[in-house]
Design a protein around this ligand. Sequence first.
Ligand code: ZN
Length: 218
Amino acid sequence: MTQHQVSDELLMSYAAGSLAEGWSLAVATHLALCPESRRRAEAATAIGGALLDQIEPAALAGGSLAAVRRRLAATQADVGRTGPAPSAVRAPVLPEPLRSYVGGDADTLRWRRLGLGAYQLPIATRDGRTSVRLLRIAGGEQVPEHGHRGMELTVVLAGSLVDGDEIFRRGDIEEANESVEHQPRAGAGEDCICLAVTDAPLRFSSFIVRMVQPFLRI
Ligand code: ZN
């Protein structure tokens, strides 16, 4: 059971297919790990369908949810194949469709060093609006303090992320916006792996981090 679930606003936009691909990927990743949010997503889809029945047809934006769903459908086609019994298989760190986006599970990835015990792996999407990456932060290490010029979605996949008084664990999603200044850190003892999606460069407090920021593309 995840502690931090996706907001109604974001969930409705996801169900309507109006989110850019990067945001959709973050919500889909959270949904893959949170049964309660999946139930809410089904309800949101039903409500959206009922509302659509009552209004004039209009062009749907994007098509980015379709991109996420195509990946999901392609990977789910594999599910029926024979293989070891589920109990014999360790659950992947990266759920689908995220795993297909990066081409493997967390232990096979070619992480790029960010410094201070942190690594990243940029993830390509076609929306032209969001910046999507996996982050791996060594247990106990802090992310440099920063604010946001847009929205930031973070989905924890392994370890934990501590932000002020709150602890985010596997499956939890954190939504941050322009009003949030924070300095999350990985919980002690285990690397934190998370999916991070932004639509504008972060505002780092540290001069040195700002200097290297263009090279990190964060
Ligand atoms: Zn942030």
